[in-house]
Design a protein around this ligand. Sequence first.
Ligand code: NAD
Ligand code: UGA
Length: 465
Amino acid sequence: TNMKVTKICCIGAGYVGGPTMAVIAQKCPDIEVTVVDLNAERIAAWNDKDINNIPIYEPGLGEIVGEARGRNLFFSTEVEKAIHEAQLIFISVNTPTKTYGSGKGMAADLKYIELCARQIARIAKDDKIVVEKSTLPVRTAEAIKSILNHTGNGVQFQILSNPEFLAEGTAVQDLLHPDRVLIGGETCEEGQKAIQTLVDIYAHWVPREKILTTNVWSSELSKLTANAFLAQRVSSINAISELCEKTGANVNEVARAIGMDSRIGPKFLKASVGFGGSCFQKDILNLVYICKSFGLVEVADYWEQVIIMNDHQKRRFGNNIVSTLYNTVADKKIAFLGWAFKKDTNDTRESAAIYIADDLVNEQANIAVYDPKVDADQVYADLDYLKTRNVEKNRKKVTVFEDPYETCHHAHAIAIMTEWDEFAAYDWQRIYDNMQKPAFVFDGRNLLDEAKLREIGFIYQSIGS
Ligand code: NAD
Ligand code: UGA
């Protein structure tokens, strides 16, 4: 018989742990779900009476948390208690790129994962299923297993890989209607039982045929591969965007034309200022590192090119602003609309806006920033993290506004960094009237109505045309 799950614990209350567990709790009212985190501030925000104050902005998330929280969904800093009580433990902690030692700048830093494994090993008094929800290098489950199975106290652990495929900004819809759920486990009988236990949880709302089961390593590698393929599409269309700009072709038209080939498909072909987000770069670097460690030089180089292209796309956007503004932006006001790495999220990790702002401040520009969901503290934290200049200088050269019209007031140029819907709906005549002339718009998301902007009088440049 399968293990009866009455209590789930999730370690890590971040962009994945929070929304994923909220949906499990909503769909499985008979299971008590506790999300734990070392970050007391983050847990307090998840428990905030005002649902608008939960730490992650995702359309629809507030409603789900509001429904389940306090009923069978709990957020807590009591990590040990939650581990002790649960039969099923998700590990959903961060796995950033290593910033030190061997594999620095490439490999995934697994210290948080290992700490979790050791903590589980120390606390568990009865058999448990441990689920890797974080994105991990291939064969990490083996390391976790080794730590867990050397406790000597007779407790049995099964380790499953269950990578998450949600995208930020659409996390709730992605969780409610996933393209697939992937569960990797051991092929032995105990492993198969553990897989079935997790399948039964997802089957509360996901059709069975969409729940795939594989061996552990296929599951781990599928996650890295999916992100590499997705990012590769963005770099491919961005590469073509530069050629379009030289030849008079239009990248939107090219994307449409190729996307109608059913083998290529229409999604994920939007040319942009470069992809951001916490995972694409980190996961590809990790893939490249793994390939190199097996001596697969050509394979490593192939995937690394996706990152090289993306860095180029970000850099050339900034360079184009400088050259178009008569080769100097010194003391000019450049308004950034958007700071998040995509619309409908407050997440700014690896956002192209950060790097482009940094380049433009190096050119002595004054940057004005407005993002509907990102506050000044976050913008400064992102810039300070780069350590390009001191914190005072960042605050002197970059100003964060709460009103888009004020942001653009007296600006020499506007750069669209994020594709927030509201940007297209602004009163662009009003913005134009209050800008320096000639008034430039650099649309890094091909979001605005080109004909309308030109008619108003803007000098308008988009990506790939
Ligand atoms: P995050 O940084 O938002 O959240 C991770 C949380 O784990 C943090 O709040 C941190 O305080 C907590 N934590 C770290 N160590 C801990 C410990 N020992 N005990 C308790 N809490 C601890 O990260 P995220 O964006 O949710 O990503 C988590 C994982 O999921 C990563 O491996 C990532 O690659 C993967 N992933 C992310 C996304 C996404 O869209 N963000 C999508 C799919 C997969
Ligand atoms: C991505 C994947 O889409 C998820 O499946 C995966 O679970 C997740 O990474 C992860 O592992 O973290 P996410 O980074 O949240 O999700 O968002 P995406 O929609 O993939 O966008 C990533 C970046 O690519 C954004 O900066 C976006 O603006 C950019 N992008 C995306 C483009 O420039 N063009 C496109 O056509 C699509």
